[in-house]
Design a binder for this molecule. Structure first.
Ligand code: KG4
Ligand code: ZN
Length: 349
């Protein structure tokens, strides 16, 4: 079984070839073209993203096939991100995948971008398979899920406002750092003194109990405001920048770790899988592993290439969905938002 994956939901045009099965996927090739143009604007400009996808999608796909030493005829199915994301950007991938599928006489499958992120880590770590607790942290989403099996997801918590990556990006902007700001904040935080500033851990207190609405949910807008006040109050931002970055990252990491461990404990999981661009943050992964040691747990974080948006994860999820019998046709459409498929329940079980 060989799947061609296509991803164009935001500002990465990506194509990949994955073969094997959902249990043992083999990454044959992965090409990611990041649209640098958005840096100038300090955020993704949807119209520009769509146009960039249009010019890149054919060469990126051809390159992925060439690197996998595969032809269009050698592909069994095409999996494409159809939700959630920028609808114009998604439409480029969806239209191209449908046209390709039609001309080749192969099936096309729409894959949910966040389900893709769940599969990314398994491409590198054969043990990153269900059951596990998943923390998906990207520029657009923050989801805490219990993954009982592939295709059986329990949504434990999510953000009430900003996504974790968005909080990094907005904090970076407040401090005059380039977009996307996550990696700049992480680098600065290394140099920061943890004792200089301290921000309240958002939505985290010992009085929360399972079943409480805020037990698993997170919120980062207050933390962003705390950063804003600290920046405004500083009489020497050059001196304080690293200390503020450190305090911000410590508060965000503490919160994500505590909520994820609550999820692992609630379902007796010993595996924790991280995904999304913020999973590139080594401080987060290391703190998560230290906390997981207490429950004899193991944390799996994907490499940067598979943590950020890529088509390999879409192809891997496509392998699973194909085996489940999913086939989409010409009516496949792009959706800016859509619940992740396979949601079984909310907490508690
Ligand atoms: O998953 P992703 O590539 O795209 C979305 O689907 O949003 O995630 C991008 C996000 C950005 O907000 C970026 O700042 C963040 O991931 N990010 C990081 C790091 N590297 C990327 N955040 C924190 N620390 C990092 N090292
Ligand atoms: Zn993503």
């Amino acid at each position: 079984m060989r799947i061609l994956g296509i991803e164009s939901s935001c500002d990465e045009t990506s194509a990949a070839v994955v073969s094997g099965t959902a249990v043992a996927p083999v990454l044959e090739s992965l090409v990611i073209l990041s649209q640098d143009v958005h840096r100038i604007f300090g955020g993704v400009v949807p119209e520009i993203a769509s146009r960039e996808h249009l010019t890149a999608i054919v060469p990126v796909t051809r390159r992925a096939l060439a690197e996998a030493q595969c032809t269009f005829a050698g592909v069994d199915a095409i999996a494409v991100t159809h939700a959630p994301g920028l609808v114009g950007a998604l439409l480029v991938g969806v239209s191209y995948a449908k046209a390709l599928a039609e001309s080749l006489g192969k099936p096309v499958l729409g894959v949910h971008h966040m389900e893709g992120h769940l599969f990314a880590t398994a491409l590198e770590h054969p043990d990153a398979t269900p059951p596990f607790t998943a923390l998906l942290v990207s520029g657009g989403h923050t989801l805490l899920l219990d993954v009982e099996a592939w295709g059986r997801y329990r949504l434990l918590g999510q953000t009430r406002d900003d996504a974790a990556g968005e909080a990094f990006d907005k904090t970076a902007k407040l401090m005059g750092l380039p977009y996307p700001g996550g990696k700049h904040i992480e680098r600065l935080a290394h140099e920061g003194d943890p004792g200089r500033f301290r921000f309240t851990r958002p939505m985290l207190n010992g009085g929360q109990r399972p079943g409480d609405a805020d037990y698993f949910d997170v919120s980062f807008s207050g933390l962003k405001t705390a950063v804003l006040h600290a920046v405004r109050a500083s009489d020497d931002l050059e001196r304080d920048r690293a200390h503020i970055a450190r305090a911000f990252q410590d508060a965000l990491v503490d919160t994500l770790v505590a909520k994820t461990l609550r999820g692992a404990r609630a379902y007796g999981r010993t595996r924790i899988v991280l995904g999304g661009g913020v999973a590139c943050n080594r401080t987060l992964a290391a703190a998560m592993q230290r906390a997981a040691d207490d429950v004899g747990g193991r944390v799996f974080a994907p490499s940067a290439r598979l943590a950020t948006d890529n088509a390999a994860m879409i192809a891997a999820a496509g392998l699973f969905r194909y085996a489940e019998g999913q086939r989409d046709g010409a009516s496949l459409n792009a959706h800016s938002s859509l619940p992740i498929p396979g949601l079984v329940d909310r907490f508690p079980a």
